[in-house]
Ligand binder design. Structure first.
Ligand code: UD2
Length: 350
């Protein structure tokens, strides 16, 4: 027989247990993620957790104590361009960062970077230069895994890759419409992240193939959600941006909104952030398609809508995606990546 006092204590304990369980299962997902975050942080790994929470090791900006770099001058810097957005995200231009410092912060983290590039139909001819110049300039000395999506796996050029760098091919169907090839990238990026990269990759960049690297592109470009200013519109007023202007589309942006016009040809960030972007753009693109509407610049329009609402945490200047046919403006001190001149009529399937 149980004493009434013991029964009361046991009853109280049971009630407390019930309350704790109720709190755990009814609390918002973020609170639960934080609990996981604290657990994972103890292991000091450098990955994002499966829930997309960044571990402390990725966030800390640690340098070797003896590293010698010039002192930053608080009164002097780039004064010809905007270097920070109104929501306090850095805008990366040559002269706004110290490459040696960035290397020393990010190399010890042993981060892994995935790159997606699509070479479908005649665009396969651009792949060799893209890959060869990436070897020379893109995250040299880091762990880089390039994923080539193509309908011609046998024609993917063999390019000698540095240590810790590798290439994987993924087969995709060809299409009779270039718009479809370009827009389907969001769906395929989403699938790649979910099926292959989840849990083993930190950052991802999604790049156009008809482009070449001409200068260093490194850890200064890393961020949660990274967008690149489109070289064709960065000096323009928002009224000139080629946003989707039909309110029937989910990519619609009204004339009185918009920060910048961003490229569809280069974007990236932490894996979970890019997954969210790709999922959203894909869903909106497909929902539009069901209603018979295709945004003015396909996935680029949806990306611009996404970035208006979900502000990028880092913005890359047009140094990170220039266009070979454009005269170089004085504020462009280095070209890191640039679209080659192509004959659209000849190269596209439609
Ligand atoms: C812009 C964007 C592009 C995309 C497009 C709108 C830049 C520099 N470019 O470029 O990213 O947002 O507008 O749809 O921001 N592709 C093939 N085979 C094809 C057609 C396209 O593989 O037959 C792939 C390829 O990786 C190419 C990309 O899709 O780089 C974009 O196509 P594009 O270069 O023809 O698009 P473009 O120049 O209009």
């Amino acid at each position: 027989m149980m004493y009434p006092k013991t029964a009361a204590v046991l009853g109280l304990m049971f009630l407390l247990l019930l309350l704790a369980m109720l709190f755990f299962y009814t609390s918002p997902p973020n609170t639960r993620n934080n609990i996981l975050f604290l657990d994972r942080a103890k292991t000091e790994t450098c990955r994002t957790t499966s829930e997309g929470v960044i571990t402390n090791a990725l966030l800390r900006l640690v340098i070797p104590e003896s590293l010698q770099v010039p002192k930053p001058n608080i009164l002097k810097g780039r004064d010809d361009v905007l270097t920070v957005t109104p929501w306090l995200a850095p805008i990366v231009w040559e002269g706004t960062f110290n490459p040696l410092l960035m290397e020393n912060i990010y190399k010890p983290k042993n981060i892994s970077i995935a790159v997606t590039v699509f070479a479908v139909g005649k665009y396969i001819r651009f792949l060799k230069d893209f890959l060869e110049t990436a070897e020379k300039y893109f995250f040299v000395g880091f762990r880089v895994h390039v994923y080539v999506f193509t309908d011609q796996p046998n024609d993917v050029p063999k390019v000698k890759m540095g240590p810790d760098r590798q290439l994987t091919m993924r087969s995709v169907a060809s299409s009779k419409r270039w718009q479809e090839i370009s827009a389907r990238r969001m769906e395929l990026i989403q699938m790649l992240i979910e099926e292959k990269l989840h849990g083993n990759t930190d950052y991802i960049f999604c790049l156009d193939v008809d482009s070449k690297f001409h200068g260093p592109w490194g850890p200064e470009s890393l961020g949660g959600l990274v967008a690149v200013l489109h070289p064709g519109y960065y000096r323009d007023d928002r009224s000139k941006f080629p946003y989707e202007r039909r309110s029937a589309s989910r990519a619609y942006l009204a004339p009185e909104v918009g920060d910048f016009y961003y490229c569809g040809g280069a974007f990236g960030g932490l894996l979970q952030e890019v997954l969210r972007l790709a999922q959203t753009c894909r869903q909106n693109f497909e929902a539009d398609a069901q209603e018979g509407i295709e945004a003015a610049w396909q996935e680029e329009s949806h990306l611009n809508k996404y970035m208006w609402v979900n502000k990028p945490t880092k913005v890359l200047s047009p140094e990170y995606l220039w266009q070979d046919f454009k005269a170089i403006n004085p504020e462009i001190h280095v070209i890191r990546f640039s679209g080659i001149i192509k004959n659209y009529e000849e190269i596209r399937p439609n």
